[in-house]
Write a protein that binds this ligand. Structure first.
Ligand code: PEP
Length: 251
């Protein structure tokens, strides 16, 4: 059976004091309950060590929002896969739309980051998604297919087996607009069929494909009910324990 994951991307929010408080509230909210999904918290780098400590002994996993692709050296401001793994984190985001569209990362760098994450024994969460313009011009499927092929082709089946995909339409991130369950489900099915062409049906069938884009407690259940949606990557709603837990346990 495929893994399902609810991951909270805190972005550049929550300093180490606020982050510990939020993490502890989430740990408390999970106590005595058995979520159907893995729960992953993805704080900013400076908050990460404190959150790793705060969730120790709970079922919560942690991840980083980015990494650099070299192991060490003169890369001021960057951190490596080994540093993330060394903290006890398992996950790392690669290709989040804010890194693509605000910071300007392109396919070359993302391919290197994804491979560095895998060689560093992390589980990359590789984010893809079209802009509003691309959707309105009927390009959504082409763009997302290209983002998958460009970066993932060439991975071994074992490497793909450790990779998680997040489909996040750029126009839905932080905007309050959400893809309809049918539109999101259709894109997830497209992604799975592209993965099947590259890696074969068994690997594609095991790959968790998360949806991201204004997921909230009020819309999580209908999105997560879609066959090819295996969880959520949550931004804004992950900054509040009650709303994040409302997605972990969708009503
Ligand atoms: C995200 O940051 O990945 C995201 C989906 O943000 P939001 O839930 O706020 O749209």
């Amino acid at each position: 059976m495929r893994r399902t994951i609810t991951a909270g991307n805190w972005k550049m929010n929550m300093d180490h004091v606020e982050g510990v408080s939020l993490a502890k509230d989430i740990v408390a909210g999970l106590e005595g309950r058995d979520p159907a999904c893995e729960v992953v918290l993805i704080p900013p780098f400076t908050t990460l060590p404190a959150v790793v400590e705060a969730v120790d002994g709970s079922r919560i996993e942690t991840g980083a929002q980015d990494l650099w692709y070299e192991e060490k050296g003169a890369f001021t401001g960057e951190i490596s896969a080994g540093m993330i793994l060394g903290l006890g984190c398992r996950y790392v985001l690669v290709g989040h739309s804010e890194r693509r569209h605000v910071i300007g990362e392109g396919a070359d760098i993302l391919a290197k980051k994804l491979r560095a994450a895998l060689s560093g024994d992390l589980f990359p969460i590789y984010c893809v998604g079209e802009t509003l313009d691309e959707r309105e011009n009927g390009m959504a499927t082409t763009v997302v297919t290209e983002q998958i092929r460009q970066i993932l082709e060439g991975l071994s089946g074992d490497e793909m087996g450790r990779t998680v995909i997040a489909y996040e339409p750029v126009w839905a991130i932080g905007t309050g607009k959400t893809a309809t369950p049918d539109d999101a489900g259709t894109m997830h099915a497209v992604i799975r069929s592209v993965l099947a062409e590259i890696f074969g049906a068994p690997v594609a069938g095991e790959t968790p494909i998360l949806y991201g884009g204004s997921v909230k407690p009020g819309n999580a259940a209908e999105l997560l009910a879609m066959e090819d949606i295996d969880g959520a990557l949550v931004g804004g709603a992950s900054l509040d324990a009650k709303s994040f837990l409302g997605i972990v346990f969708p009503a």
